[in-house]
Design a protein around this ligand. Sequence first.
Ligand code: PXG
Length: 479
Amino acid sequence: MNTSTLIAPPALVRRAEQQDTQAIQALDSAHYMHPFTDHGGLATRGARVITRADNIYVWDSEGKKILDAMSGLWCVNAGYGRKELADAAYQQMMTLPFYNSFFNTTNVPAVQLAAKLASLAPTVGGRSFQHVFFSSSGSESNDTNVRMVRRYWDLLGQPERKVIISRNNAYHGSTMAGASLGGMSGMHAQGDLPIPNITHIEQPHFWENALGGESRADFGLRAARWLEEKILEVGAHKVAAFIAEPVQGAGGVIIPPETYWPEIQRIVDQYGILLISDEVICAFGRLGHWFAYEKFGYKPDLVTFAKGVTSGYIPLGGVMVGDRVAKVLIEHGGEFNHGYTYSGHPVACAVALANLELMERDNLVGRVKDDIGPYLAEQFAELKHHPLVGDAETCGFVAGLVLVKSKALRQMFDPDLSVGMICRGHCFKNGLIMRAVGDRMIIAPPLVMTRAQIDEMMVLVRQCLDATLDDLRTAGHLA
Ligand code: PXG
């Protein structure tokens, strides 16, 4: 059947909510290959069709209202329906919808955004960020990092420094370099990854990797020293950089112990290697700071950003280039043979400027730090009393809880039971979007959320946990 005759695409865009859901699903599975999706399975199940959004809610094609506790995909920091961002895009499109930044050319929004980001990035330990390289996504930005780091060491006469160390269960994107830097075994298994000269150490995941009786502080130091062991194993003279997320996002909201980052800083300083902070999720208020390295007090050389810079309204990413790298590239580099058609896209940059202005005006970063962040932490901590919850942690406006079979024995469920997916199913049914990563349930809500909306979300979270518990008891998996 040629399903494209069912609905003409322009009509689909104009009147999505009045369309027959099944017809949209048929057209979807006939033509649209989704990211990270079992396409055969999706064709059988049919995709959920999201048609509109406002504030912290999205609606599907059946008219169901859903509280989006994942901010789209960790990105809609300013919430949905912000007219200021639509106006900025409209005005920029009418003025200059596109021009490139190659061949000695620039455009005003890109210049203004670079300067704005430089002013927002705090100087730590005398290191500042005066330069920005733009891309359109987190993955592209990490490809830029690989190119930049290797160029840096080449220019310094140390071309043998090629190895970039990352961590298992990290997420750094889905391009060849991004997926290789990432530590997702499922991604490495497809397409001969990682590419050469990328290697991984274990993640600082207290629940999974701490020894019996080990304190968080001791575990944090031990986990950081895995980096030192790897540097010595590879040979310090061959190591170019270490890349890490301040708090792992896609890996399941893994919050490192407080001792972790200071020890990582000691190690990268001792061996002179570059430090890349991948803040695609953690920057722009997510952890209560414009940039997350400030929260943990470490001193990166390069910072990856994307998502929240435009609150996801339009694709934009980039790399904040610290003085140490910028100086070498600018003063000794000549032409850097790297860049994208859409580097410094004027419309994306104009939307980012409007987004940052709005975030400043509404104090979205400050309220995560001092108001709704601490409030979410209090509410989430209460979940530790729930029989299914082994641990519940927050950091700014991300939170994760682990579903366990026995708290006393620190015993997890059999992965084949897919307990996280059972819980996620109840979330959707109850009108809540929460992600499941294995048996970790995670949230990263829009930063505009009110305390009353946090209460509303917590009611839904508890209902989903209770329903999951009922299912497990009924099926005889719990006493
Ligand atoms: N780095 C980090 C830390 C990310 O979280 C990327 C890079 C790649 O960004 P782009 O824009 O190329 O997607 C990300 C993206 C999930 C999920 O399942 C998370 C991301 C992307 C898709 C799914 O939690 N993060």
